[in-house]
Design a protein around this ligand. Structure first.
Ligand code: NAI
Length: 350
């Protein structure tokens, strides 16, 4: 396995592997960047990876993406990530997460982590018995802030693509009515949007139908709904070679990470005249909630950051038009510029 040759290596500043024979813990922490003397942030996930190479691939990709998300949200926290390799239902859950917590503690606060795929708030609570460096344990619900950030992205992108001033009467298809999707549906309903919803969990669908008068679409057809906006809030990879030609919307803007199966889809959306709000810009609310906790900020700070997604998206869409490039490429270009600025300032301060 050529770690340094991995396309997501991108000069990661720290990569650590932990093996704990007592508990069977095998975990990797990757820190893409440390900036401005601040801790680096990223969730901790538990996954049954098919190989060690797969796990390294995932952790590098995710930590790098956190740096991009951070700068585009107007923050200076470097990106990081932790992955635990193993069964989603470990027999010794308590001991495993205590060991992980102790390892997180050994980073002495320069890396901080919290809940991610495969890990519950209870697991975070176990880790937090070993270290004060767990994040996302405050009263504020990160998923709720994410729903607000996605709502802002939908509003801004719809205004841009469909020349709308408001969402009243606009058809929005929300795929996934989980922690983010259900709150987003409530916000959209309050704004007068006409909701079409999809989830494999029929009780969530029934709730959205009862509360918001939403129309149901079968999960496998959600992407193909005729509407102005498609909002993927369930899984990654929903825009792919099978689905792209079936889209009948003007805007794609949602919470799911890695909505595009690959970068070719970015160009494919552009060619079809569909405006795509880059996922890591739209779903930055969760990270903003963590920053709010770390900065001991007030609500005004938080909601201003959420509102500033509008100007960030305008910057992306205008670069995309000027340079005739897909919006994902435009976002990456701006993120890299912001990172270079931060690195320059960090090196001058050192
Ligand atoms: P969640 O696990 O609470 O909700 C996901 C929902 O999608 C569930 O209701 C599930 O039944 C549904 N679902 C699964 N497969 C589906 C399918 N094929 N079709 C339709 N629905 C399906 O997750 P959460 O927290 O709401 O996050 C949603 C997405 O947003 C995830 O991709 C997550 O990685 C991403 N995200 C979440 C953030 C947060 O703050 N929770 C922050 C940034 C990104």
């Amino acid at each position: 396995m050529d770690l340094l040759g991995n396309p997501n290596y991108d000069d990661h500043q720290e990569i650590a592997l932990r093996q704990d024979p007592a508990t069977g813990l095998t975990a990797v922490v990757a820190v893409h960047r440390y900036w401005a003397g601040l801790p680096s942030l990223g969730g901790c996930r538990l996954r049954d990876y098919s190989s060690g190479a797969d796990a390294f691939d995932d952790v590098l990709k995710l930590s790098r993406a956190m740096s991009y998300k951070s700068v585009m949200a107007g923050l200076s926290y470097g990106g990081a990530k932790a992955v635990i390799l193993g069964s989603p239902e470990p027999a010794n859950r308590q001991a495993l997460f205590r060991a992980m917590g102790a390892w997180v503690d050994s980073f002495q606060g320069r890396f901080r982590t919290g809940v991610d795929v495969g890990i519950t708030p209870d697991d975070v609570a176990i880790m937090a018995t070993q270290t004060p460096y767990m994040v996302g344990t405050a009263d504020l619900n990160p998923a709720e802030v994410t729903a607000h950030s996605v709502f802002q992205a939908i509003l801004t992108t719809a205004k841009d693509a469909c020349q709308l001033t408001e969402l009243a009467g606009v058809r929005v298809c929300v795929q996934g009515l989980g922690k983010v999707g259900m709150t987003l549906a409530a916000l959209l309903s309050a704004a007068g949007a006409r909701l079409i919803v999809s989830d494999i969990d029929r009780s969530a669908v029934a709730k959205a139908q009862a509360q918001f008068g939403a129309r149901f679409v079968a999960p496998e057809r959600a992407h193909a709904v005729e509407a102005e906006i498609f909002s993927p809030c369930a899984l990654g990879g929903v825009i792919n070679t099978q689905t792209i030609d079936e889209l009948k919307v003007e805007v794609v803007a949602g919470a799911a990470n890695n909505q595009l199966i690959d970068t070719a889809m970015d160009q494919a959306l552009r060619e079809r005249g569909i405006l795509y709000a880059p996922d890591y810009v739209a779903n930055c609310g969760g990270l903003l909630a963590v920053a709010y906790q770390l900065n001991k900020a007030d609500h005004q700070w938080l909601w201003q950051k959420v509102a500033s997604i509008e100007s960030t998206l305008h910057e992306i869409y205008s670069l995309s038009r000027r340079q005739q490039i897909p919006t994902g490429v435009a976002a990456d270009t701006i993120a890299r510029r912001r990172m270079a600025d931060l690195e320059h300032r960090s090196s001058q301060a050192a």
